[in-house]
Design a protein around this ligand. Structure first.
Ligand code: HEC
Ligand code: HEC
Ligand code: HEC
Ligand code: HEC
Ligand code: HEC
Ligand code: HEC
Ligand code: HEC
Ligand code: HEC
Length: 412
């Protein structure tokens, strides 16, 4: 029986591979973006696992004659699911070198993380098994056959990221396009309508600075700032995160980035005068829309919540939101009390924005503080008082957060 089963499996695999070559021959090679333009299909730096097989050949991933521990779906050489995660057989330490988003787009070359497997083992990371069950629930990917990585990347078309202004590739695919062979569905970001500038529409995307620079910008170190060179990450991330994910422990979802409601970092305009650092300008407040990847890594981070190790040109560490810790994120783009001129010892203190400018907060000190100095002269640079908040910053600031004390409308 076992023998018959194995033979049947083999016939099925053989038929599948022949069909694959026939069906995909038209698609993979005929019209762009083509397999040969992909990172895996490249004949010099593409896949190269099995000796004696030419670089870039399908057989480095699809093996017709795998017998030892297989067979696996699509005649793959390893299990795309389970503990093996086929992609990580190659995208691991010492095999294929890869970098974080902060490193590549942000130019933060001090980030030592250098392979994908490592990223998915950092303090915070997308959990591959949760990705798999989510895409199965939402789009009916079979979690028996799909690698979770293919939710975001198509192994046949993903291109190498050559982030220079002259020649570059695109590596994402929208999760909803999985299974489609249409040319326009193979990659996300490769067409101009799939860029952040297009998402922003009449609003403005402002690219953050590259690490240590005030002249060059993400994601490619050029002087382009309007997102016309950045994949529309918002549509991409929101294809999953516009869903309620409370069953995955995410109570601040769905994330609302729309124009008529939701976060002020999204299309919905800031209402007062924001207090922004360069390259953002206060005079443009209300017009800006941010990209998810301005603050988040896509795979994982040693910071919590996938927060990047570098934001808007400088590095940060945030492993909890206790006390003022969350402020180390905000001060990459917003004016803290140090930047407001209240003294060098006032880095990551936030009196200016809450009490002095665009300030909704006055009145009963006990509403918010457990102890405080006198409020007299609180907005003078010479004022030296302190106060202790009753809560951490994320009592009010989180995706979809409303200020619960003064009902000052949506905050972030
Ligand atoms: C980097 C590894 C890799 C390479 C190289 C590769 N494939 Fe695949 N292939 C996969 C994975 C993984 C799947 C399963 C995709 C999924 O679950 O969506 C797959 C699925 C398929 C399928 C099933 C239908 C589909 O698209 O999901 C066909 C057909 C196929 N591959 C043909 C090919 C051919 C032909 C080549 C060479 C031109 C090739 N593959 C090269 C990894 C690879
Ligand atoms: C047989 C080894 C192998 C397997 C299996 C493999 N890759 Fe790759 N992958 C490579 C190589 C080699 C490159 C090109 C590396 C380079 O020069 O940057 C690459 C490049 C990529 C790139 C383009 C970005 C870049 O750094 O060049 C993406 C995205 C990618 N792989 C995703 C995947 C996904 C998703 C899977 C599983 C479905 C997978 N890979 C499986 C070897 C592999
Ligand atoms: C939730 C979506 C998502 C999942 C799941 C995901 N990735 Fe990615 N991946 C991204 C994004 C976003 C980028 C950055 C794209 C860009 O810069 O244009 C990226 C970048 C990459 C790169 C390029 C890094 C470099 O050095 O250039 C590789 C390689 C890669 N992913 C492989 C994988 C593998 C392997 C898996 C599964 C273990 C995986 N990804 C799972 C979204 C995802
Ligand atoms: C294919 C669906 C999918 C896509 C696309 C996706 N996510 Fe997620 N994401 C999830 C799921 C499911 C979870 C909850 C479980 C987990 O942590 O993996 C999650 C969790 C998160 C978390 C919380 C992690 C934590 O520490 O609790 C953050 C932050 C996040 N995603 C950001 C992003 C960003 C930024 C993007 C775009 C670059 C993105 N996601 C794209 C499915 C997705
Ligand atoms: C200004 C920086 C910033 C931007 C831009 C940003 N985030 Fe976040 N994100 C955070 C912070 C800080 C947290 C932790 C607080 C919280 O849970 O909201 C977070 C938390 C999350 C979580 C976990 C929510 C939960 O329920 O715990 C997800 C998912 C997420 N972000 C996805 C996204 C997506 C998708 C986008 C783009 C549409 C985005 N983020 C844009 C800073 C940002
Ligand atoms: C009691 C609720 C509450 C707490 C706690 C709180 N904030 Fe705020 N924060 C607000 C409100 C309300 C605004 C103003 C929103 C507006 O302008 O519409 C604000 C504005 C901000 C801004 C934007 C200022 C601008 O105009 O550019 C930043 C940055 C900020 N807070 C950071 C912090 C940090 C860091 C902490 C923790 C030390 C913190 N907040 C604690 C409610 C709060
Ligand atoms: C990558 C840069 C960046 C980071 C990091 C960032 N912000 Fe902002 N923030 C902006 C920009 C730009 C605006 C203006 C949005 C607009 O024009 O609609 C803004 C607007 C706001 C507003 C609305 C102010 C108003 O007057 O309505 C609040 C509140 C806010 N941010 C809070 C925060 C908090 C809290 C953090 C830290 C957790 C943070 N921001 C981190 C760039 C950033
Ligand atoms: C609705 C909430 C709210 C009310 C009411 C409020 N504050 Fe604050 N206050 C804040 C927030 C938020 C901060 C920023 C937290 C920080 O920087 O540690 C702050 C900061 C301060 C600081 C500077 C803290 C430091 O250590 O640098 C002082 C001093 C202060 N408040 C005094 C007062 C006094 C006095 C009153 C009453 C007259 C008052 N506040 C009323 C929310 C409030």
């Amino acid at each position: 029986m076992v023998v018959v089963y194995v033979i049947r499996q083999k016939i099925r695999l053989f038929v599948l591979v022949v069909a694959a070559v026939l069906v995909l021959a038209s698609g993979l090679w005929a019209f762009p973006p083509k397999y040969t333009e992909s990172a895996h299909g490249n004949t010099s730096y593409g896949v190269n696992r099995v000796s004696g097989v030419s670089v870039g050949n399908c057989r480095h991933c699809h093996e017709q004659h795998k017998t030892d521990s297989g067979p696996y779906p699509y005649a793959l050489f390893d299990d795309p699911v389970g503990t093996d995660w086929l992609c990580l057989d190659c995208h691991t330490e010492g095999k294929v070198e890869n970098r974080s988003y902060s490193y590549r787009a942000g130019g933060y070359v001090l980030d030592s993380v250098n392979d994908i497997e490592e990223m998915f083992n950092l303090t915070s990371h997308h959990k591959l098994s949760d990705i798999l069950s989510f895409i199965d629930d939402k789009w009916g990917f079979s979690d028996q056959y799909s690698s979770p990585c293919v939710a975001c990347h198509d192994p046949h078309y993903a291109q190498k990221d050559r982030k220079t202004s002259s020649s570059r590739g695109w590596m994402l695919r929208l999760p909803s396009k999985h299974g489609s062979i249409a040319g326009s569905d193979r990659l996300w970001g490769d067409e101009s309508g799939e860029r952040l500038s297009s998402y922003a529409g009449s609003k403005q995307y402002q690219a953050p600075y590259r690490y240590g620079s005030t002249s060059y910008y993400e994601p490619d170190g050029s002087t382009t700032t309007d997102g016309s060179n950045l994949t529309d990450m918002n549509t991409f991330c929101l294809s999953c995160h516009s869903s309620d994910m409370s069953s995955y422990g995410l109570s601040h979802t769905p994330i609302d980035w729309s124009e008529s409601s939701g976060d002020k970092h999204g299309l919905y305009p800031a209402d007062g005068s924001a207090n922004l650092k360069a390259p953002y300008s206060d005079s443009n407040t209300g017009n800006y829309v941010l990209a998810c990847t301005d603050c988040h890594e896509p795979h994982g981070s040693s910071n919590i919540f996938l927060i990047r190790k570098e934001i808007n040109g400088s590095s940060l560490t945030v492993t909890s939101f206790t006390g003022r810790n969350m402020g180390v994120i905000c001060r990459k783009c917003h004016i803290d009390d140090q930047a407001a001129g209240f003294g060098d010892d006032r880095a990551n203190h936030w009196r200016y924005v809450h009490h002095c400018n665009d300030a909704p907060f006055w009145g009963k000190c006990t509403d918010c503080h457990s102890e405080w100095s006198s409020g007299r002269g609180i907005c003078d640079a010479s004022y030296n008082g302190t106060a202790t908040l009753k809560w951490d910053c994320d009592y009010c600031h989180y995706h979809g957060g409303e200020d619960p004390i003064r009902n000052a409308g949506k905050t972030f």
